[in-house]
Design a binder for this molecule. Structure first.
Ligand SMILES: NC(=O)c1ccc[n+]([C@@H]2O[C@H](COP(=O)([O-])OP(=O)(O)OC[C@H]3O[C@@H](n4cnc5c(N)ncnc54)[C@H](OP(=O)(O)O)[C@@H]3O)[C@@H](O)[C@H]2O)c1
Length: 319
């Protein structure tokens, strides 16, 4: 490996966001330790093709529930980006095992390994889902980092993904407080933008379905969108800026589903778009002002949508 700025670990390096984080860190001159569950699997082939990967990327086989493997990947790193966490695209039969355990126990494993390896800072990827499920927040008021999803509400509405992210993030801060480990979290909203990996992740499916399925009717939900490349930049800022602390909402655009679809249709008229929209949900927005004060900037929604569609086309997903 060539001389670089230092070594950083990315968990879930082969996933949608993880791949962009790896690419960004390599481009900035870092050595990267990436964890994947099965290094020989073809679904991670894109990682070795990234620029500088042959010299500066080392993959480690690690399930986040396996402490020793996680520690091996983190040892010798000055910083860690904990990205790995299950993101299902449909309801899961056993949320405790499939979601809660990897999200919550997995995060604590990573944090314990960080403390043992004396990592300077760990940036945990949480979610807007850990912010917005709060029925007591005043209606119509922008949600900021002081707003937490209500765990009982997540349980009563069977929103296991939201619960998994809320618990993982709150326990991460608790662990940081007890151990002295420097923990910063980033809470992205719906992530769109081009894919580097060959498989289709859950959030990309949201717009792929709007392009392909020709639904008779879909719900006109209020959506908060952010580009995957801008999320990777936010994570790096949260690591590199000494003054970064606490949580950071990472949201760029607020848009109704109908307007999102119309925007896509105006650029790419030939796809099989939904025909009708039914009214659903209310306008509840999140503020990324704190992250912008740290220096974060985001690209336009048009750029995100165009680059997404072009990447799906290139991957043959829209055929
Ligand atoms: N996409 C969004 O809209 C969105 C929004 C907010 C927050 N997030 C957060 O962003 C992070 C990345 O999500 P993504 O959108 O990039 O989804 P993704 O492509 O499905 O990535 C999830 C990653 O987690 C890994 N993972 C899951 N369970 C694991 C386990 N037990 N051990 C090791 N690795 C495990 C997966 O590894 P394999 O490759 O081995 O399956 C994969 O790399 C997650 O923390 C997610 O909650 C995503």
């Amino acid at each position: 490996m060539a001389a670089t700025k230092g070594t950083l670990c990315v968990t879930g390096a082969g996933g949608y966001l993880g791949s962009w984080v790896v690419q960004l860190l390599l481009s900035k001159g870092y050595l990267v330790h990436g964890t994947v569950r099965e290094p020989t699997d073809q679904k991670y082939a894109h990682l070795s093709k990234l620029e500088k990967a042959s010299d500066n990327l080392k993959l480690f086989k690690a399930d986040i529930l396996d402490y020793n493997n996680i520690y091996s990947a983190i040892e010798g790193c000055s910083g860690v980006f904990h990205v790995a966490s299950p993101v299902p695209s449909a309801t899961v039969p056993n949320p405790e095992v499939e979601l809660m355990e990897p999200a919550v126990k997995g995060t604590l494993n990573v944090l314990k390994a960080c403390a043992q390896a004396k990592v300077k800072r760990v940036v945990v990827v949480s979610s807007g889902a850990a912010v917005s499920m709060n029925p007591s927040w005043p209606k119509g008021q922008l949600m900021d980092e002081s707003c937490w999803s209500n765990k009982e509400y997540c349980i009563s509405t069977k929103n296991w993904y939201c619960l998994s992210k809320t618990k993982a993030e709150s326990e991460a801060f608790e662990y940081g407080k007890q151990s002295g480990l420097d923990v910063v979290t980033v809470c992205p909203t719906l992530i769109l933008g081009p894919i580097l990996q060959s498989t289709v992740n859950a959030s990309s499916k949201v717009i792929i379905k709007f392009l392909k399925e020709g639904y008779e009717s879909v719900e006109n939900k209020f959506r908060l969108v952010v580009d995957v490349r801008d999320v990777a930049e936010a994570l790096l800022l949260a690591y590199e800026k000494p003054e970064a602390e606490g949580r950071y909402i990472c949201k760029a655009h607020a848009v109704w589903t109908k307007d999102l679809v119309e925007k896509l249709r105006s650029i790419y008229p030939k796809y099989n778009y939904p025909k009708n929209f039914t009214e659903a949900g209310e306008e509840q927005d999140l503020s990324s002002e704190k992250l912008q004060r740290l220096g974060w900037r985001y690209r336009s929604l048009e750029e995100t949508l165009i680059d997404s569609v072009e990447s799906y086309r290139k991957a043959g997903i829209l055929d």
